[in-house]
Ligand binder design. Sequence first.
Ligand code: NAP
Length: 487
Amino acid sequence: MIIVGAGFGGIGAAIALKRLGYENFVILEREDDLGGTWHVNRYPGLAVDVPSPTFSFWFEPNPNWSRLYAPGTELKQYAVDVADKYDVRRHMRFGVCVDGARWDAETNTWRVDLAGGATMTTRFLMCATGFLSQPATPDIPGIDTFAGRVMYASRWDSDYDFAGKRAAVIGTGSTAVQLIPEIADLTEELTVYQRTPMWVMPKLDAPIPAPVRALFRRVPASQRAMRWVTDVTQEMAMLIAMWRFRRFRRVNEAVKRIAALFRHLQVRDAQMRRDLTPAYDYGCKRPTVSNDYYRTLAREDVNLDTTGIDHIEPDGIVTADGRIREIDVLILATGFDVWEKNLPAIEVIGRDGRNLGKWWRETAFAAYEGLTMPYFPNFLNSAGPYSWVGLSWFTTVECQMRHITRLFGEVRRRDAASFEVREEANEKFLDDMTTRIADSVFALGNCARSRSYWFNAKGETPLFRPTSVAEAVRAQDTFPLEDYLFS
Ligand code: NAP
């Protein structure tokens, strides 16, 4: 088996396979080490924005988190520790970039093309490349002519000296909200270019003192109890803000009022408060948490520019009103290409020459239980339609581990050479998902001005599984094995 990607998705799949006794698999990773997003992203302020007890494998609690919202370096260390503990690292090959894969019906195998021209053959293939692995380059006219330094938040240069520099950040998403307060302390002057404001909530963060960490080590149930609280809070937030919008519209309104109060307390300037007020419902777009983002924007040496960028010139940014602001360094916190380059992340040609990317676009984005597709035998795609469960990526990965356990357990029991999900099962699952979305903020809320990457070009939102985590987990433990064809 080949798994593409050595982030938590690939690590989780590998652990599930090893538990079943599979050892004959390799994990191919284009970067030079494991950890996925937590290996690649190194910008100042990088941290989780979901409480750490929830943002980890249920079966591998980490008593070492230093804070309730752990910094990114601790996530990277956690990935290393989990991979070592479960003996997954020796299956990994780094610096190997997969370009595409084609199903060979004669041999019941996948031919996997690598960058550089080499090919590999495998019976089973899993694409575990995540949703946020292809940085997006903004299509701003003149961006290539900028003569100063351009830095992507997701490709951070830690050696760059910001002292005395006039910097600009384009983007105000989750990354920028973490980065801006850190970078403002380093630069001479910072200008933040906002196109769409975010919903920002207070961050209930605190250090986890050493005696508490020691307690977590000695009495694991104490950490479980803490996780129970953070899990339930996250789950309620997601259900109320997104999936049960029809029923909880008033609660959603109350959340917006809390956010407005928070803005009021942090920003004195009324015009700036208006500029920072989202014109869409809470939950349409990924909300974030921060105690210092708004305060940083209110600083004397920080400017918030909401005019809109017209173009970029060699020495600065020109806004729609014709003003130019000269800068030395341009920081792009402009997010990721979640759709065009990422669904799927590699070209996949299945049975009868079906092209996965084309098929999704010509029919509908669909994947049975968010993982498998008809006409793509022995193939799993971890970051695809309806795969995203809950707010923590780990809930998605663990659901997939459960699915893999049952699916590959059956493959082994039958000594099958291939599996393929039945078309009717895929359609039934898609029907169920689209019916449920009708109750969500995406269908009933005001999302028109959110510019949310959760929506595709057709205005659909097929990334998330619109159910509770508990329902998603149950489904993996109970889906009918007859939904697959084994041969
Ligand atoms: P993002 O949420 O997609 O934000 C990108 C920002 O760039 C947006 O403000 C966007 O404006 C702006 N932008 C893009 N193109 C632009 C253009 N041409 N002109 C002006 N502005 C432009 O990306 P992100 O902040 O990297 O976050 C992506 C995801 O990563 C998050 O949703 C979250 O899931 C994850 N994340 C997680 C953590 C964590 O702690 N767990 C931390 C960071 C990120 P518009 O909104 O107007 O498009």
